[in-house]
Design a protein around this ligand. Sequence first.
Ligand code: HEM
Length: 518
Amino acid sequence: MADHFSNHRNNTGGNLAFCIDIIGQKIRSRGATASLPPGPRGLPIVGYLPFLMFNGKNIPLHRQFTHLAAQYGPIFKIRVGSQLQVVVSSPSLAKQVLRDNESIFSSRDLPLAIRVWTYGGLDLSSLPMSQDWNSMRKVVLREVLSNPSLDRCYELRRSVVVKALRELVRSGGKPVGVLELANKMVANATMAMTWGGRDDDGDVDNEEARRLCEEVMALMEKPNVSDVFPLLARFDLQGIGRKVAEVAGHFDRIITSVIQKRFDGKGSLIMDDGREMKDLLQVLLENRERSGAGSPLASITQFKALLLDITPGGTGMVATVIEWAMTELLRCDKAMTKVKRELDDVVRLEGLVEDHHLKKLDYLDAVVKETFRLHLTVIQREAVQPCTIGGYAIPKKAKVMINAWAIHRDPRLWEEPSEFRPERFLDNGRPLDFVGSSSDFVYIPFGSGRRMCVGFNLATRLLKYVLASLLHSFDWKLPAGEGGSTVDVSDEFTLIIKKKKPLTIVPTPRLSCSDLHA
Ligand code: HEM
């Protein structure tokens, strides 16, 4: 079976299109002054906004961008309110943005809701590239979210996941909303790892913290007029900034009290079976203490902003991908059978999935990668100075969007791109990892370069652990009357690409081990 990579290289039509694209870029770059990329005309003041919002067919943004790219080419511009947006949809242009000019596209446009939530844009994702950003990123990558650190807090996430599995057993085969379940498992596991809190006996009211995170995510997903007309931001016409500030105030009280308890020596490390487990907060605090006053984390507000990158961070994204993976597996019997057979071989029916099994689950890994390929989103950067991309001028402050969704479904790059075929990640002489540059920017689920996602390690480990646990512990069926091919796959664009209609399925326990029936 041809893999996507050799397909990418052998596809003559695709290569021809790329050559034409590159020759075009070269010719344009010889011109004296580069012009702005082509693009549809909009209306005065509002630009192209009404066409994006009220197109009569409710087409989500990533799909509209893909249609526009078919018309105007792999780089086009649109004006949305007072903002110039440039959308790129080819690996070579993604490389120019994410790698060749990474110091120019090193910033992100900050929507009002995110600015308010992150103490004015102090978290890693919002900060411009700077010495402080660099030091914090290193701490997060090398210490907080490194593999050894995630190993040390395994028991914390395990206890949450096992508890949720037991609750599902007790629920006696009632239909379950997968996104809701995954959100709860992922958010509780992330909070447990971050500050050791547990639903029942922890230092923190995790239920309340989770509710607040969901509330703020819902506010962030709302289109906000302040973001397309920054001059209007101070009036906060829809009241989104005010509502986020309220939720942020409650959440701030929770994390301030967690941190204060640690400073006071209370609520410290979790001891279990005589073993010491370090949660991620403890790792951060130890680093802060070691680095002293010179550390960017010396400021308590900065410290709290960094915590927000982890909890809630990308937890919503992880849960959404779990829902997509379940959806695809229910639509594809062959893949479902294969993934379950692998789980039976590696984990065996006597026990639950454990962290150490994950490395041996190659097919599950391919299922996750294929789900990322099909259902991921748009990567957003901002130009901090003018530059040229693909031979076109990109002005300072232009918002550049890389339509990863379109690249991941480009028929010139992927064989039968709309098909869910995890095998494409296995039949490959050179398996793709999650780092965009190693795939020539054909596959970029976590972005690339110095601003690539710092949470990819946590995200992939947690995602695989929760998904494998759900698949191994239960058989999942659609409610009576629904067949696999009828599962709805329509999507919508919010901050991420979500399933439009939530997936509801019925679990039947398949393991008899005591862990599940305790
Ligand atoms: C399925 C899960 C996830 C996906 C698909 C994802 C994807 C991404 C993408 C595409 C970017 C932008 C990269 C770029 O601009 O090149 C990003 C940035 C980021 N992600 Fe994730 N992410 C996920 C989970 C997480 C988690 C769990 C965390 C936290 C623990 C996290 C923390 C961050 C941070 C802090 C940044 C900004 C990094 C910087 O600018 O230096 N993400 N993520």
